[in-house]
Design a protein around this ligand. Structure first.
Ligand code: ARG
Ligand code: ZN
Length: 886
């Protein structure tokens, strides 16, 4: 292949030509689909006469007309990626391009493709060029119509964006539908769906009294499983009106369920497309986790209607402008509908387990990347999750009402435009008459900052000082870093465990009075924006324990001088529940590190009693939220711990985590048993916070107990498995049982498969459970599952469950004999031929190979070298392998 081209943010240029209207016509067929595209073109710059270059990929060009006249072949050039019109007419003109495409052969699942017989599109980021020749970039915004023609029996439902304005029958058993989208949009938001689908219909009355028809489309047999998704959609529509004053802008909103889909879902204007897992749910077959994911993602895609669609991105480097903001919005939505602290804990854990490692590895990039080879490789936890943390910092600085003012101004200024991250920053700051020095560094610097905090108390002057220093680590291409603006939310806890009222702070040579119209304040946000800064709290009557970074007010690693006893004190007393959890996690991390050292020196492992007592107190609490308890007694994940070691040692971390789990189960057995029995319920399944919390606590305790692998607890878990009336409890019991290798495990797994083999979503869970298992020699099992009749390499959901799950399990993937690496290397090459986007997500598991010992390094590197030298490699996989080896 010719070497893939890297694209740079600094090279951005406005488009040469504008597209005002786009009228598409699809003639869907089993063998080929014909696409006619009529575009009203106008010059982008005054007097432009440059060639018009269009993107195109895997297209067969049938004809081009300019202003109605066929274009002669010497007036344009075609290469595998472009069509260039050499001398377009001056001024406004019409262009008509006819192409032929073959959706049934398209296994990449971008552009127009088939999934279980139906037609479906995925255009973000650059898939529209697989449908027709186009300026495939988000700053080209046009009004679209779409006429779809196809066999009426095979494709009874014909959907596209906007409003249905005409439909009817045609000769030869065909029919057509004509759709018109009144809003200008970039082509990545175009969508077409055609096939055999049925819908659940409902409606929503907006705040201004308009009735919107809501339809969720799915194969007929799945219709009963769409009620939670419909509920989620209506809640999202209401929430966006209440919290942001944002009303839906059309009379119809469609969601389509597709079994084969590369990502979670897609926000195409008024025609969202979802992979099945994120829509379909019933209590018997879906877990609380699935219900929560559906709520969050339905919200996410709906919220994109304003943050992404009405205001879109100027170029793909700005992706976090819509994704970071929309993730933030869906996090807030889920918080408001569930439990805020628990949601925050879940989001922060995700950031630590997945984003921190990315930010410390060869694929580290700022939330706004500086360059890419394949944009699809940058739909990352950094752009999404860290991006959401950056948006959250504006809210932390300006408060809910200041944040709302910023959002209002953003829409007022930019509705209908394709804009940049600076535009968002400016709207936030201007609406609040503020300036945040060094804040924009969050968009351009990669790497997780470390903030060190040392505290001191002076009794004589009643002053409590916090000295802060920050360090942003070097990342590829960015050896030196500038200080960043870091909001650090702080409270001071007195010796009785109460928050002290904060009266004034001294910093930067100034005293700042802290009060809220005479009301005492208990948490203040320090604006930490230099390499080093000191903040002195005045009028502090006794030495406090500082509660730092409350609510996790910035996406950093905090390194404080809090002692173990301070941490136990905060675990028991902090009014900030997030920080109570955090104190427990810091203690657990310290414990795990010291045990890892013991393990490596072949010392006997022993668990410190203070830790056990601390967790026992949490477990016995009657005042704490049950889901919070479940989170607080859960140890940090293996990935999070490995990420913090100088040489990641999967065997030691696994051994230690297993040891602590069993030891806790042994010492807390009575409390754990009590929690399991007292949290059973015979009520019908409900997805409300109390029920979810109850099940979470029960399931977490059951997993602890089952780790003991003793007859009584195995019996207990078996009973829970057999008596469960919902998937949340059934699957948790199965997972608890399958921790221990042996006949009980095998029987349970087989029983579960036999029960659920008809339901491919449940079968995916079954694959994932086995893939992520840390039982010895699991590579062989996973290899066997690859050949299982229910597995299908072409279905991304199954690949993510089985292969993705396997790569996420530290023990087997990192097996010291290299068998896990070898397995993945082979699979990546196979997958790449089918679906480069999916293959590239899998190959990413290798990217952190330098973190391991020399033996593992050599084995992983060999696989990467084997991959990168393979013939016909996709750009997607090439980019990840190249950067990993750099
Ligand atoms: N915009 C979609 C979402 O986050 C994701 C699309 C991802 N597409 C891709 N090619 N990676 O809601
Ligand atoms: Zn999104």
């Amino acid at each position: 292949m010719d070497l893939p081209k890297e694209i740079f943010l600094k090279d951005y240029k406005k488009p040469d030509y504008l597209f005002d209207t786009v009228d598409l016509e699809f003639q869907l067929g089993d063998e080929k689909t014909m696409v006619t595209s009529k575009i009203a073109v106008s010059p982008g710059n005054e007097g432009n006469s440059s060639p018009l270059t269009l993107h195109g990929c895997d297209l067969k060009l049938l004809s081009i007309k300019i202003n109605g006249t066929e274009l002669k072949s010497d007036k344009y050039t075609v290469d595998p990626r472009h069509l260039t019109i050499l001398t377009p007419p001056a001024g406004v003109f019409n262009m008509e391009i006819v192409t032929e495409i073959y959706p049934q052969l398209n296994t990449s699942l971008e552009g127009l493709y088939r999934s279980t017989g139906n037609f479906c599109t995925q255009c973000e980021a650059e898939g529209f060029r697989k449908i027709t020749y186009f300026q495939d970039r988000p700053d080209v915004m046009a009004k679209y119509t779409c006429r779809i023609e196809g066999d009426k029996t095979l494709y009874p439902v014909l959907l596209s964006n906007g409003n249905l304005i005409e439909q009817g029958d045609l000769e030869g058993g065909k029919h057509y539908a004509l759709w018109e989208d009144p809003f200008k949009k970039p082509c990545y938001l175009f969508a077409l769906v055609a096939g055999q689908l049925e819908c659940r219909e409902d409606s929503f009355v907006t705040c201004s009294g308009r009735k919107v028809t809501l339809r969720i489309w799915t194969p007929a047999q799945d219709l009963p499983k769409t009620s939670h998704a419909m509920y989620s959609l209506k809640e999202a529509m209401k929430w966006d009106e209440e919290v942001f004053g944002l009303e839906y802008d059309l009379d119809l909103f469609n969601i389509v369920v597709v079994p084969d889909f590369n990502m979670g879902a897609m926000e195409n204007k008024s025609l969202n497309v979802f992979q099945s897992r994120l829509v379909l749910a019933s209590p018997e077959a879906a877990t609380d986790g699935d219900y929560a994911a559906i709520l969050g993602v339905i919200g996410h895609e709906y919220f994109h209607n304003w943050t992404g669609n009405r205001v879109t991105c100027r170029d793909w480097f700005q992706l976090t402008l819509k994704e970071g903001l929309t993730v933030f919005r869906d996090q807030e939505f889920s918080s408001d509908l569930g439990c805020r602290t628990v949601k925050r804990i879940a989001d922060v854990s995700k950031l630590r387990s997945y984003q921190f490692p990315q930010d410390a590895g060869p694929m580290a990039h700022p939330i706004r990347p500086l360059s890419y080879i394949k944009m699809d490789n940058f739909y990352t936890v950094t752009v999404y999750e860290k991006g959401a943390e950056v948006v959250r910092m504006y809210k932390t600085m300006f408060g809910a009402s200041g944040f709302r003012k910023g959002m209002d101004l953003y829409f007022q200024r930019h509705d209908g435009q394709a804009v940049t991250c600076e535009d968002f920053y400016a709207a936030m700051c201007d609406a609040n008459n503020a300036h945040l020095p060094n804040f924009l560094q969050w968009y351009s610097q990669a790497g997780t900052p470390t903030v060190k905090v040392t505290s001191s108390y002076d009794e004589g002057s009643q002053a409590f000082s916090l000295k802060l220093s920050q360090e942003v680590p070097p990342t590829p291409g960015q050896p030196m870093k500038e200080p960043m603006f870091i909001p650090v939310a702080v409270g001071l806890v007195d010796s009785t465990g109460k928050d002290m009222p904060l009266t004034s702070i001294y910093s930067d040579g100034m005293v700042q009075t802290l009060s809220n119209d005479g009301h005492p304040i208990f948490t203040t946000v320090l604006q930490f924006k230099k390499k080093e800064e000191e903040f002195i709290f005045k009028n502090v009557p006794e030495r406090p324990v500082p509660s730092l970074l409350r609510g996790y007010s910035a996406p950093i690693r905090l390194d404080s001088d809090l002692t173990e006893s301070d941490l136990y004190f905060l675990l028991a007393n902090d009014s900030d529940e997030f920080n109570r959890w955090e104190a427990g996690q810091i203690l657990a991390r310290k414990l795990m590190f010291s045990l890892v050292a013991d393990f490596q020196q072949q010392k006997t492992l022993a668990l410190n009693t203070k830790f056990v007592d601390g967790l026992r107190a949490i477990l016995q609490s009657t005042s704490l939220d049950k889901e919070f308890i479940a989170k607080a007694i859960t140890l940090p994940g293996q990935g999070e711990i490995m990420d913090m070691m100088s040489i990641a040692d999967p065997d030691a971390v696994h051994a230690v985590r297993t040891f602590i789990k069993k030891e806790l189960a042994f010492q807390l057995k009575d409390d754990l048993l009590a929690a399991v029995t007292s949290n059973r319920s015979s009520e019908a399944y409900a997805f409300d916070h109390d029920s979810v919390a109850r099940r979470a606590l029960k399931n977490t305790c059951l997993a602890y107990l089952a780790s003991l692998n003793e007859p009584d607890v195995t019996e207990l878990a078996l009973n829970e498995y057999k008596s469960a009336t919902n998937m949340t409890e059934q699957f948790a019991a199965l997972a608890a049982l399958s921790q221990n290798p042996g006949q009980v495990r095998e029987d349970a797994l087989l029983d579960f498969y036999n029960k659920w083999q008809q339901d491919y979503l449940v079968v995916s869970k079954w694959f994932a459970l086995q893939a992520t298992s840390d039982i010895p020699g699991n590579v062989v099992n996973v290899q066997k599952l690859l050949a299982h009749p229910a597995f299908d390499m072409r279905n991304p959901n199954k690949v993510y469950s089985l292969i993705g799950g396997f790569c996420g399990s530290p023990v087997s993937f990192h097996a010291k004999d290299g068998s896990g690496y070898k397995f993945l290397g082979e699979v990546v090459l196979q997958l790449d031929k089918i679906n480069p986007q999916v293959a590239s997500r899998m190959v990413s598991a290798f990217s952190r190979w330098r973190r391991y010992d020399e033996t593992r390094q050599a084995l992983a590197k060999a696989q990467l070298e084997m991959i990168i030298s393979a013939n016909g490699l996709s750009e997607n996989v090439y980019e990840i392998a190249l950067k990993s080896l750099a």
